[in-house]
Structure formats: structure tokens, C-alpha cells
Design a protein. Structure first.
Length: 210
């Protein structure tokens, strides 16, 4: 085994390697309001159940790096899935998310706050690609590092006037430039936008309402 390395405050058991990697972050919108407005017993059961449903709805070999309170950080190194498979996966996350909400509403129907679950919560999905994502083995987990990990999380903090959408960075769209991306959306077309990220500049992306 390689000697342990220290990266900031994190002790790495092995040298960090970098790989081209697809990042996917399904994020529960309305999380803060939900935690504030409903009783703790309900919220402490609903949010983990929804995150678990998202994780077990993964069918294209994503791996889980972290669970981040109201979001899951998935990653997949190596060959990218086709754009059809990737979008179908996002649709599946969204469908299973709402199926689970209906299950939770029925389970907690005696709780006065149960009807607020679908009124407050929704799902947005961030997709990004990094040509060099750092990966460090920490215990049984893979910690992702690098500017593109920061970019993916920063894309969550956009100004889109939507609560539910798929957002695909131009860095990822460039990987699918020969697959006629817009023709694979049979319900709408991607709209374009961008954000400015400190130290990283302008990050362009396409988005579509879920």
C-alpha cells in the first residue's frame, strides 16, 4: 500500500488519480422550505426515502461519491452512455421520485403536512463532464476533486426560473456533438444559458424543463 498522503484536511490512503468523468447531481428542490415548514419527524423520513429511491433508480452504472443532504453526487468514468440512455435515466429519476412521493403521502396521510410533500419538493438534475476529475480512495468511498467538481456544484446555484429541469453543461454537450442532441428530446428543445463562476469564468449550459 502507498504511504498515506495529506490533501488539505483529508488523509488519502493512496495517490490520487485523475480520469475523464461524467458527473450527475440529482438535487431535491424546495429542501430548505420543506425542512423549515414541516415537522421534523416527517421530514427526517421523507428526504432519506427520496434520496434512496434516486440511488436505487440508477440503471446506467453510476457510482455514488457522496450524499449531500438534499442531493446525490453520482459519477461514471470511462465510456459515456449514449445521450438517449442518459436522458432516459434522468426521466427515470424524475418518475421514480414522484412515485415515491405518492407512496410517502399515503404512508403519512395521518400527518397534516403530508399533502405538502409534492407541493414543496421537486427534482433538478445537473449533468457535467470533466476531462480530469481527481479520485481519492478514502475508506470505502471515492472522493471526487478538482475544478470540474466545483463547477458541477456551482451549476446548482443558477438563476433559472424553474424548480425542475435537466441542466447539461456545454462541456458535456460537446461530447455528444455528433449525436444530434436536440433531436433526442421529444417533448421540447434545449434552451441556452450561462453562469459566471469565480476563478473559472463563464460556464455555458443547456437546460430543459422536466
Amino acid at each position: 500500500m502507498h504511504p498515506s498522503l495529506i490533501f488539505g484536511a483529508i488523509i488519502l490512503e493512496q495517490p490520487m488519480e485523475t480520469k475523464p468523468t461524467l458527473l450527475c447531481i440529482p438535487d431535491i428542490s424546495g429542501f430548505t422550505k420543506f425542512m423549515r415548514d414541516v415537522d421534523f419527524q416527517l421530514s427526517s423520513e421523507v428526504i432519506p426515502a427520496l434520496l434512496n429511491k434516486i440511488i436505487y433508480s440508477n440503471s446506467i452504472n453510476f457510482k455514488v461519491s457522496e450524499i449531500e443532504g438534499d442531493a446525490v453526487l453520482f459519477f461514471r468514468s470511462g465510456d459515456l452512455p449514449s445521450i438517449e440512455d442518459l436522458i432516459d435515466q434522468c426521466k427515470s429519476f424524475h418518475k421514480e421520485f414522484y412515485n415515491q412521493i405518492e407512496v410517502l403521502k399515503k404512508k403519512h396521510r395521518k400527518n397534516a403536512d403530508a399533502n405538502s410533500i409534492p407541493e414543496i419538493l421537486g427534482l433538478k438534475i445537473i449533468l457535467h463532464y470533466g476531462p480530469e476529475i481527481g479520485m481519492a480512495q478514502i475508506g470505502n468511498h471515492i472522493k471526487l476533486m478538482g475544478a470540474d467538481v466545483i463547477t458541477a456544484h456551482r451549476l446548482l446555484k443558477n438563476d433559472l426560473p424553474l424548480d425542475e429541469y435537466i441542466l447539461i453543461s456545454d462541456d458535456l454537450l460537446d461530447q455528444y456533438k455528433n449525436q444530434k442532441v436536440n433531436e433526442n428530446y421529444n417533448w421540447n428543445r434545449l434552451k441556452q444559458s450561462s453562469i459566471d463562476v469565480e476563478h473559472l469564468g463563464k460556464v455555458k449550459f443547456g437546460y430543459i424543463r422536466l
